[in-house]
Design a protein around this ligand. Structure first.
Ligand SMILES: [Zn+2]
Length: 142
């Protein structure tokens, strides 16, 4: 079965075979690795693109530079992302820069982490969590 993945490097859509374990999976457009699961810095346009095109669940961290718990969660969010290549795509959105998006998703406190599947929000949590807690939470939905 093939699934569509948005390349973290060029943001083009790649259709790749879904396998249980993958040693190498390259973007069909730019040739870079689709296994590079570092969180992607996104904005409203990029999020929309992922929501329309990615077959993987999207995990979005709404954060801001002045928010202590956001800063302390950042390395945990990154570790969770790196542990889950081809299972979910992790995005980070600076809520201060994207206030319209923040109000569209009713973000009232940050960090707020939303899980979006098939274009719809299906779960969220607020407040900092650890790497393990984030992974466990995401795995419920994949
Ligand atoms: Zn690419």
């Amino acid at each position: 079965m093939n699934i569509n993945i948005v390349c973290p490097h060029c943001l083009e859509v790649s259709s790749v075979e879904k396998k249980e374990s993958t040693i190498s999976q390259k973007c069909t457009k730019c040739g870079d690795s689709l296994l590079d699961a570092k969180p992607i810095t996104a904005n409203a346009v990029i999020l929309e693109h992922f929501m329309k095109n990615s077959d993987l669940p999207i995990v979005v961290d709404f954060w801001a530079p002045w928010c202590g718990p956001c800063i302390s969660m950042a390395p945990h969010f990154e570790k969770a992302a790196l542990a889950m290549p081809l299972q979910a795509q992790f995005l980070k959105i600076n809520n201060d820069n994207e206030q319209a998006l923040g109000s569209k998703f009713l973000i009232v406190s940050i960090p707020a982490v939303l899980l979006i599947k098939e274009g719809k929000e299906i779960a969220r949590f607020t407040g900092a969590r650890s790497n393990k807690q984030i992974q466990k939470w995401v795995r419920q939905y994949i």
